[in-house]
Design a protein around this ligand. Sequence first.
Ligand SMILES: Cc1cc2nc3c(=O)[nH]c(=O)nc-3n(C[C@H](O)[C@H](O)[C@H](O)COP(=O)(O)OP(=O)(O)OC[C@H]3O[C@@H](n4cnc5c(N)ncnc54)[C@H](O)[C@@H]3O)c2cc1C
Length: 184
Amino acid sequence: MPKIIKGLNKKQLAFFASVHYSTTAVAAKTFNPKITPQNYNIAYPRKERTTIGAITIVSDIMKDEIKKTTLVKLYASGASGKKLCIETDDKIDATLSKAAFLSNKVFDMSANPTFRYIQRWNEALPEFNTGHFHRLHAFMSDEIESENDNITFAGDYIGGPFIEGAFTSGVNAALRLNQRLHLQ
Ligand SMILES: Cc1cc2nc3c(=O)[nH]c(=O)nc-3n(C[C@H](O)[C@H](O)[C@H](O)COP(=O)(O)OP(=O)(O)OC[C@H]3O[C@@H](n4cnc5c(N)ncnc54)[C@H](O)[C@@H]3O)c2cc1C
């Protein structure tokens, strides 16, 4: 937020500086397998896998019976994400593919992909660590937003680290702004 809005006050700067994010890297690859697998998602508990956090397998035969492309996405765990983000695309791909091969035999990752895309998420999800609810309470009690400003804040770091949290905080920010504009 401080990168987008200039002139934030001390309390606002302290609040935004307190928001920390997890980091992950995602390898997305498409294949044309002989036998099209069913759509499949696996999420690994932190204690079970240290390198890979999740795998999603999606085949598009629902849309196009002829194409038979399968999209496999490999998500680095929180622990490995930070280290992998500074590596090359090839290293990220190789590390996650090896971990995926070791952790499940659902899909043969040794085949040649038809396409590959590597995405680094340096600020993936806000971490609601110790004290974050306390800071959110300060945010909600008008200590962060000033009633005289025509700016309201929204995002998953306020509402919860998922789409619904981001969406809900956006709706609430719009309601607060509407209320302030009507008071002026
Ligand atoms: C890999 C991954 C998988 C996820 N999967 C799920 C899932 O399955 N289900 C779920 O509910 N949630 C999921 N999430 C979380 C969800 O995507 C986020 O919680 C949500 O998108 C956050 O919305 P937001 O509007 O707060 O922020 P964002 O969607 O991050 O929007 C912030 C916007 O600000 C822009 N921006 C940043 N800096 C600047 C700048 N300086 N100037 C101008 N613009 C800027 C960015 O480009 C971006 O468009 C996932 C997140 C990640 C990273």
